[in-house]
Design a protein. Structure first.
Length: 497
């Protein structure tokens, strides 16, 4: 089991803390392949719960799942100019299909068989627009075939030099949605619908507040007309891009000749969207809620929502408390709660508390002989606070606590974000803020790529989004925060993961 290791405090070294939380909660580990991660069962369970919730939302909004190949002909990538430029520096390429024995010893005993070279190299998908739209070209003939709304759950590979578990790894898991529409308005409303699904998921399930908006030209997806994103603020005041939704326009339709016959009999290119969230969300979950004692999992995504820890000294007591514990477990499971009963003889209660705490379990029920005598158990919250609860009504008390924790985590994260956001700053204040405490800085933007680039170069901050109306300041900024020229749009800057 987990060693009682010490977690580096957030205030001391946030990055160390992040790694310690992951190690203690056994979420993931580095693999023998540099840059790749192993997702351990506790971490994978969080991903499965995320998948289930998102998949239900996609399905309810008219999307169906499909699966496309891992390998993409290299020439496909070249067909959309911006797209290839965006991904060229991070693709893995397959050039051969066989190994052969060399007759040598050790690691030289096998080598690539040069006679097995592929006629056309294959890239390992960094994203699947190209292969999917090549298929759409085959499947779409008429306006009656539209809209076509597919999603796939898959792994992708982007060759990263600097990696961090969940946040940036060479291979990661994600979903990628791909749709085709008759016109721009329909594609735009799809891109917006998905952004809203992502916002809803982040806030309702992850208890992670996000701001939504559109990316600038320099930050948009390679090959997109427009990219929308949800952005969250982590506890170290860096932004995390947590999901993106792209209106691809007709760029890929033209590159892959995806055309349809209109009702009037003409021939038109389709409009595409693509959108994705990945295992990066788990990194966001960790950095939004966890504390110096380890993982804090929002109840809706916690692999274990309740840990029951019976306390005993004698065998007779053990029998008594574990009997009640197992009855409570059954009752909670009937109510749909994910629960574990900890009957291990090998650990003291205190060590068990510590372990469940590190695993992020929202609620712990302690059942001791004295509690039983007074007809109650002790309900302890991962986020602080302990109170007795009558055994008679323990299911109600637990579900109420879980709902309360979920709501409180969201409220606390939103309050933290607002406390770490500034509006109406001067250029000097802006620089001081970004280079100092950091957070979301709202300000006017003249629209000039050179201002954007200069800010990035001097402060390391990027425009996260041009925010949607509900996030904009009450009074629209008049001037660019950097050059003072008239502002075209309000922007939100932050340093980002
Ligand atoms: Zn400017």
């Amino acid at each position: 089991m987990a060693q009682a290791q010490k977690i580096t405090p957030r205030a001391k070294d946030f990055s160390e803390w992040y790694g310690d939380v992951i190690a203690q909660a056994q979420l993931a580990d580095y693999s023998p392949v540099r840059g790749c991660m192993v997702i351990r069962p506790h971490g994978y369970r969080i991903w499965e719960l995320m998948q289930r919730a998102l998949d239900d939302m996609f399905r309810a909004s008219g999307h169906r799942n499909a699966y496309f190949p891992l390998f993409i002909p290299m020439s496909f990538l070249a067909r959309e100019a911006e797209h290839v430029e965006g991904f060229a520096k991070e693709v893995a390429v397959v050039t051969h299909t066989r190994l052969r024995a060399t007759g040598k010893e050790g690691k030289d005993a096998i080598a690539v068989d040069p006679t097995s070279a592929l006629e056309e190299p294959l890239v390992v998908r960094p994203t699947s627009e190209t292969i999917i739209y090549a298929m759409f070209a085959k499947w779409i003939q008429s306006y009656r075939d539209l809209p076509l709304k597919l999603n796939q759950w898959a792994n992708v590979v982007r060759w990263e030099l600097r990696t961090r578990l969940f946040l940036r790894t060479t291979e990661f898991l994600w979903q990628e949605g791909h749709t085709a529409h008759t016109d721009e308005a329909d594609a735009e409303s799809e891109a917006r619908l998905i952004l809203e699904i992502y916002r809803d998921f982040a806030e309702t399930w992850m208890a992670m507040p996000v701001i939504t908006g559109v990316k600038t030209e320099s930050e948009k997806f390679a090959g997109a007309l427009r990219t929308y994103a949800i952005e969250a603020l982590m506890q170290d005041n860096k932004a995390l891009q947590a999901g993106t939704s792209h209106n691809l326009g007709q760029n890929f339709a033209k590159a892959f000749t995806v055309q349809y016959q209109t009702a009037a009999g003409g021939l038109e290119y389709v409009w595409n969207t693509s959108w994705g969230v990945s295992t990066r969300l788990i990194g966001g979950l960790i950095m939004t809620h966890s504390d110096d004692n380890g993982l804090v999992a929002p109840p809706k995504l916690a692999p274990v929502q309740v840990a029951i820890v019976p306390i005993w000294k004698t065998d007779e007591e053990k029998q008594q408390v574990s009997g009640v514990g197992s009855q409570v477990k059954t009752d909670l499971e009937k109510a749909g709660v994910r629960v574990e009963l900890d009957l291990r003889d090998t650990m003291k209660p205190g060590a068990k508390y510590f372990e469940w705490e590190g695993l992020g379990v929202p609620v712990r029920l302690e059942i001791g002989p004295r509690d039983l005598a007074s007809g109650q158990v002790v309900l302890a919250r991962r986020t602080g606070g302990k109170a007795p609860a009558p055994i008679q009504s323990v299911v109600g008390a637990v579900t109420k606590a879980l709902d309360g924790i979920q709501a409180a985590l969201f409220a606390a994260a939103r309050e933290r974000r607002e406390q770490n956001s500034i509006r109406g700053a001067t250029k000097a204040q802006f620089i001081e803020f970004i280079k100092g405490p950091g957070g979301f800085a709202y300000g006017g933007f003249c629209g000039s790529p050179s201002c954007e680039a200069e800010i990035k170069q001097q402060t390391n901050a990027t425009i996260r989004v041009l925010p949607d109306p509900e996030f904009r300041s009450k009074e629209a900024p008049r001037n660019c925060i950097w050059c003072g020229a008239p502002s075209l749009a309000e922007a939100v800057w932050a340093q980002a993961y």
